[in-house]
Design a protein around this ligand. Structure first.
Ligand SMILES: Cc1cc2nc3c(=O)[nH]c(=O)nc-3n(C[C@H](O)[C@H](O)[C@H](O)COP(=O)(O)OP(=O)(O)OC[C@H]3O[C@@H](n4cnc5c(N)ncnc54)[C@H](O)[C@@H]3O)c2cc1C
Length: 500
């Protein structure tokens, strides 16, 4: 994947695109893969980096959602479990099974949750992983030596799946490109063009060069997550808002706080939230919060009270409790929840995670809501709708069996150029070759792209990331033909992203 080559596709061609997609997160790239695999001439435009919005900031679970089971949303759970099964098959290099334990602190909880998780197993049908089990108190303690054992009555073991969200998005972009889609990061849609009241394209600007492009398409899809209303308002000035964002943050701790390859799921805190403690890339992720009423931004900031909330709750479950100085990183994301027409404000944890497709009078297809887990199904529904809206010649969806791009470019670079086959920092498994590959093959344009989303250094350990930043910037500068002032600027910009 090469950005200049992608740009030349919109520079050199005046031919109309069949489908233009705004937004390069899970939803937009899911749509790009689906549309291109059906044979449509497909263009995707992302204002920042691929997955820079919510899609790189999730809990990294491909799951049915125990919370939705508790809420009785059986169709949502069944659909998600089916998608989990397909992803474990089509992206087995990126999505893997993960065992979870629900600790019980009341005598009946292990029985209650084991019963519930048996239903979860049943709902996953043939695509299930392994059966759920009732665990004794001793067995829970054996798995989690640092878990508080006072009042522990036992637990429930169940299976779900884990992935690396931003790596998945890059692999989806490459899959779309293999299917001949043109996918571009740092291309912001500034306005929509219309002919006879119908949208016939977009005007977009290159955020790196400032150049403007007028692009024609038979149908435009708005897949911009929490930004969906801003695009809808480019279409209809006073379009009512349909998104109710909710912020969720995670803190990242040393793996020793749980010392296990199992994850913990706390199904209900006193204020009704679900919490996860999850091993990820040799660290421990703990989250998440559910905070309504936050501003819609590409780089949302965690609130101090959210960090305090997680530290305080971690202390309730861990014998060796973390404090503020143990937090290696923290990241925030915004859930693109669809506003229920009957309620405004209040708790967002009960708003449905189901997806909604809306077609405006001028023919723009907006897809909102949903979950990472269900991106493929959301894309199938959206492209089916786009075909109808634009009267494209019908072509069936093929993504149920489509493999997501599989290759380790960092490995290839390390083999070709052994001088890059060294770890960036002793705290990370990433090598210099991963940074080189990010710039050479994965369209990373900034230091943050390489250290936040092609590798996940910034999400894992912010201090160590700042230590390696100058060297990583130098490696990128060689690939991208940049000078010393670019290196300095990139390091400064990255330092500003340091939230601790
Ligand atoms: C804390 C948290 C944890 C979560 N955990 C999970 C989980 O474990 N499992 C799960 O299944 N789901 C999870 N989710 C939900 C999941 O992450 C989201 O549903 C999903 O990532 C949304 O993807 P999206 O593509 O719709 O939005 P985004 O990823 O936000 O993508 C929208 C993109 O549109 C771009 N854009 C906006 N305006 C323009 C413009 N004018 N021009 C061009 N581009 C534009 C943005 O830059 C952005 O990149 C979680 C969500 C949060 C917040």
């Amino acid at each position: 994947m090469n950005r200049s080559e992608m740009l030349s596709q919109i520079e050199d061609s005046t031919e109309e695109w069949d489908i233009a997609i705004i937004g390069g997160g899970a939803t937009g790239l899911g749509c790009a893969v689906d549309a291109a695999a059906r044979g449509y001439r497909t263009l995707l435009l992302e204002q920042g980096d691929f997955s820079q919005g919510t899609s790189s900031r999730s809990t990294k679970l491909i799951h049915g959602g125990v919370r939705y089971l508790q809420q009785g949303d059986i169709p949502m759970v069944r659909d998600s479990l089916r998608e989990r099964g397909h992803l474990l098959k089509n992206a087995s290099h990126l999505v893997h099974p993960l065992p979870f334990v629900i600790p019980g602190y009341r005598w009946y909880e292990p029985y209650y949750y084991t019963f519930g998780m048996k239903m979860y197993d049943m709902l996953s049908g043939k695509l299930g992983i392994d059966p759920s089990l009732l665990l004794s108190k001793e067995s829970v303690i054996e798995k989690f030596p640092n878990l508080k054992s006072d009042g522990l009555s036992g637990g429930t073991l169940y299976w779900d799946a884990q992935f690396d969200d931003a790596r998945m998005v890059v692999a989806m972009a490459r899959t779309a490109a293999e299917q001949k889609a043109c996918v571009l990061n740092y291309l912001k849609v500034d306005c929509l063009s219309k002919k006879n009241g119908r949208i016939d394209g977009v005007v977009a600007s290159d955020q790196l060069s400032g150049k403007e492009y007028s692009i024609k398409a038979k149908v435009v899809i708005n897949a911009t997550g929490v930004f969906a209303d801003s695009i809808r308002q480019l279409d209809v000035e006073n379009a009512p808002e349909i998104i109710e964002p909710s912020q969720g943050i995670h803190i990242v701790l040393d793996a020793s706080f749980l010392s296990t390859d199992h994850a913990i799921m706390i199904p209900k805190t006193d204020d009704g939230r679900v919490l996860f403690a999850i091993p990820w890339h040799g660290h421990l992720m703990f989250g998440t919060t559910d905070t309504p009423g936050v501003p819609i931004e590409l780089e949302p900031r965690p609130l101090e009270e959210e960090i305090d909330y997680l530290i305080e709750h971690a202390a309730r479950y861990m014998q060796k409790a973390p404090n503020r100085s143990d937090v290696k990183s923290v990241f925030a994301g915004l859930r693109p929840l669809v506003r229920p027409t009957h309620a405004k404000g209040g708790s967002t944890s009960k708003i449905s995670r189901d997806h909604h497709i809306d077609v405006s009078d001028s023919g723009m297809v907006t897809i909102v809501g949903g979950k990472w887990t269900t991106y493929r199904h959301m894309a199938e529904d959206t492209i089916d709708q786009a075909i109808t809206t634009a009267s494209l010649s019908p072509s069936p969806c093929t993504t149920l069996d489509l493999e997501i791009h599989r290759s380790d470019e960092g490995d290839h670079v390390a083999k070709e150029q052994p001088e890059y086959n060294q770890v960036l920092h002793k705290g990370f498994k990433y090598r210099k070759s991963d940074i080189v590959a990010a710039a050479r093959h994965e369209m990373a344009q900034t230091l943050s792209d390489a250290l936040s989303r092609r590798t996940r250094c910034l999400l894992l350990n912010q201090k160590a990331t700042l230590e390696v930043a100058p060297e990583a910037a130098r490696l990128m500068a060689v690939e991208l033909g940049k000078d010393e002032s670019w290196i300095k600027e990139q390091v400064t910009l990255l330092s500003n992203e340091n939230i601790l």
